[in-house]
Design a binder for this molecule. Structure first.
Ligand code: GLV
Length: 309
């Protein structure tokens, strides 16, 4: 069984090491040394170049190296009818939850202000709310969103979640649809985006929705760069409508050197590291998908391309 590995960010050596430790059955081909394309049945990919998957005539299954699959679905030549599986790794969910908790705490505890004070040698106490008075809203309340929600709730924040479909999640207020979005925005002093990127969610972090948040609210974007209307953010920050933003994802990655987000005093930038796929925990999950497929058993976490996730 030949598997193509293609990623510009994940370590091919580590992935090959983990997969070969688990099985001798896979013939792992590291892009661009793919050998005979007709032999490749499985593709394990992050942002494959458009047309790569279509050039594999006997491809049976596409496995995403990340939880999101927009990096695969955006390929205009994506071969129809080949199932796609997204990566659902509980350790990756935890890592995302940790990142969200970290940034929510930094925003809640005014870390940017204290860092600025430190740089100027200023010793000054700022007024501080309690966590129970800082409602957090999470856009995207699937497994990752709920994991982040539980971590934040344990810290004392009132957490609510929003999604396309209504979900009942024990212990959390949930909202759905356009009406629910307005309700969630109105109550969220910190807004966290963990949505999948789809035509419906693209640009959801925009001036109109910022205006619906309480004045001085802040933002954490861990979804995709395409969720944020970049040109709306800096004016909202400069007016004080938003007080700060922690961004892990960007329309263009790496974030270009001259981009204004790098130096804005109210923006925290991290290089798409909220959830780094770890081959040690993810390789057994990938192998399980391949074994399920080979045995004709139902796949877990199969993507519905029509929904975009
Ligand atoms: C990372 O961005 C992922 O989709 O897992």
């Amino acid at each position: 069984m030949a598997l193509l590995f293609r990623s510009s960010v994940d370590s091919a050596a580590r992935w090959r090491g983990e997969l070969t430790r688990l099985t001798a059955e896979l013939d792992i081909r590291l892009w661009p040394d793919i050998g005979d394309p007709a032999e490749i049945e499985y593709a394990l990919v992050w942002r494959p170049e458009p047309g790569l998957l279509a050039s594999l005539p006997n491809l049976k299954l596409i496995l995403s190296l990340g939880a999101g699959v927009d990096h695969i679905l955006c390929d205009p030549h994506l071969p129809g009818g080949v199932p796609i599986v997204r990566l659902v790794d509980p350790y990756l969910n935890d890592a995302m939850g940790e990142y969200v908790a970290l940034q929510v705490l930094r925003l809640h505890r005014q870390d940017l202000d204290y860092l600025a004070q430190q740089r100027s040698g200023i010793w000054r106490e700022l007024p501080q709310k309690n966590a129970c008075d800082r409602p957090v809203g999470i856009l995207g309340f699937g497994e990752i969103g709920q994991n982040a929600g539980r971590k934040l709730a344990a810290l004392g924040f009132p957490v609510a979640g929003w999604g396309r479909r209504r979900r009942t999640v024990s212990g959390f207020q949930t909202y759905a649809g356009p009406e629910g979005l307005c309700q969630l925005l109105r109550r969220s002093e910190i807004l966290v985006c963990l949505l999948p990127l789809t035509p419906d969610t693209e640009g959801i972090l925009c001036a109109r929705n910022f205006a619906a948040l309480p004045p001085g609210a802040s933002l954490v974007n861990v979804g995709r760069g395409g969720h944020l209307v970049e040109e709306d953010l800096i004016p909202a920050l400069d007016r004080g409508q938003l007080s700060a933003a922690a961004l892990d994802v960007f329309r263009e990655e790496p974030l270009p050197p001259g981009h204004p987000f790098w130096r804005h005093p109210r923006i925290l930038v991290t290089p798409h590291i909220a959830g780094i796929t770890n081959p040690k925990t993810a390789a057994p999950i990938i192998l399980d998908s391949i074994r399920r497929f080979e045995a004709g058993r139902p796949l877990l976490n199969e993507v519905d391309p029509a929904q975009g996730y």
